[in-house]
Every structure is written in C-alpha cells, then in structure tokens.
Design a protein around this ligand. Structure first.
Ligand SMILES: [Zn+2]
Ligand SMILES: [Zn+2]
Length: 248
C-alpha cells in the first residue's frame, strides 16, 4: 500500500526485560547517569496524600535512553542522553502540560560526554505512591520499525484499504501496522478515549510529535490509567520547549 508511505514514522520498540541495568545503560526503571552536583528533581504538586504537595516528593527514574543504543530522528543536535523521571503519586489536579490522575513527568536531555562525578544515592520517593507507578529495573531490547497512524488520521480515501490490509495481515484481529503498542520512542500514538488530536507547541506553535510512550506491562510493573499509555509529545522545532503529557 504505497500511499501509506508518507505517513510512516520511525519507531523503536523498547521491549523491556527485567534485569540489573547500570548507570551507563539504557534502561527502564534503572539507575540514572546523574551529575553529582545537580539537585535531584522533586515534585511539589498536590497529590492524593498531601493536598499541599509538601514536603516535595523526590522523583523516580522511569527511563534512560542513550543515542548510541537507540539512534533515530528523535535526537536533537548536541545531545545523546534522554532521562525521564516521574513523581509516583497520583495527581488529581495535574499541573499544566501533565496528564490528569497520573504521575508528574520531567525530562532531561544531556550530553553523556559532560559527565565527571555521578550521583551515587538519589533520594527515595515520599508518601504512599500508587501501585503501578514504581517501574522495576529493566534492560531494553530495541526493535526498529516504521509505524503508521490510526486510520482516522489518514485521508478518508485511504481508510477502507488500510482496514482491509490490517485484517489480512493479522488474522487474529490484532493490528501490526498502525500505532504499534508497547514502550517506544517515536512512532504514532493510539487514541482510545478521544478523537486524534495534534498538539501545538505553546512556545513557538510548531508541531509536537510523539517522543516517548510509557506503556502498561508486567515486565516493568507499570500500570497507567486503565492499562493504558502515558505519552510524551515534544516540539519538533526545539526540544527545550515545554513538552506535553497525556494518558490514553
Ligand atoms: Zn507529585
Ligand atoms: Zn516549540
């Protein structure tokens, strides 16, 4: 179906497996390569246990990805390390750009060559974190593919043909062509709860694209929403502009 070509986006499925990653490994829920002289991030947003958000809760590592392990179009110039952390409490009234009733996410883009001293013992989270919000240490086994959008994001003329193709390629009723499921970098998001939505950057109005999908699975022990995905969208013009998180 060559008409789909222009809609293809590179993606890397991370395929997490329980393991013992080190600070210089790409990982889910593993130790982060964190500068010893940089404060560890903490969340002071109100949560289910503290309506004041005080004291601030140290965040926990969700993912660390090195460009050497997962090369792709998602790397801005000059950085080769992406770290994702979150506050493992439930936030009913989420701060701006964060998903409701979810952990609060933060990102760090870094140059791994800048490191000298690495933080040894990051602080532990506070309060009663929610089940499903403490990712277990996993190594990743990246798998590259070209991902395609949900058919509603395609011109109507292509949709019936794509539906036929999806049926033919997955006789068990699954879909191995569009919005491939799991922890992934890049690719296309799935929309179970709303119509497809295109985020625009608050700072520069540029398009935002799916950067990273945090999936619910038993390898990582992560469960978000109703066995859903927490997705991070970033500005394609400048990775330092505010990111957007949603839950599906
Ligand atoms: Zn919090
Ligand atoms: Zn922007």
């Amino acid at each position: 179906m060559p008409e789909l070509g222009p809609y293809g986006r590179e993606a890397a499925l991370l395929n997490p497996e329980r393991g013992a990653p080190g600070v210089r490994d790409s990982s889910i829920g593993g130790p982060l390569l964190w500068p010893a002289d940089e404060p560890w991030p903490a969340c002071s947003a109100p949560d289910g246990e503290s309506s004041s958000g005080s004291p601030a809760c140290p965040m926990v590592p969700v993912a660390q990805v090195f460009a050497d392990d997962i090369p792709g179009p998602w790397w801005p110039d000059g950085v080769d390390l992406l770290q994702i952390l979150w506050c493992p409490n439930e936030h009913w009234d989420a701060p701006p750009h964060q998903a409701d009733v979810s952990p609060v996410v933060t990102l760090r883009w870094r140059r791994s060559a800048d490191f000298r001293d690495v933080l040894e013992n990051p602080p532990k989270p506070l309060r009663h974190y929610e089940f499903g919000y403490l990712p277990q240490p996993c190594v990743i086994k990246p798998e590259y593919l070209v991902d395609f959008p949900y058919h509603e994001e395609l011109p109507e003329t292509l949709q019936p043909k794509l539906e036929r193709l999806v049926k033919e390629t997955s006789p068990d009723g699954g879909d191995v062509i569009t919005r491939v499921a799991g922890w992934k970098m890049g690719g296309w998001p799935t929309w179970h709860l709303t119509e497809p939505w295109a985020y625009r950057c608050e700072a520069c109005e540029a398009e935002m694209r799916l950067l990273f999908t945090i999936a619910s699975d038993s390898a990582t022990d992560v469960v978000v929403g109703r066995w859903g995905d927490l997705r991070i969208f970033s500005c394609i013009a400048d990775h330092r502009h505010p990111f957007e998180v949603d839950l599906h």
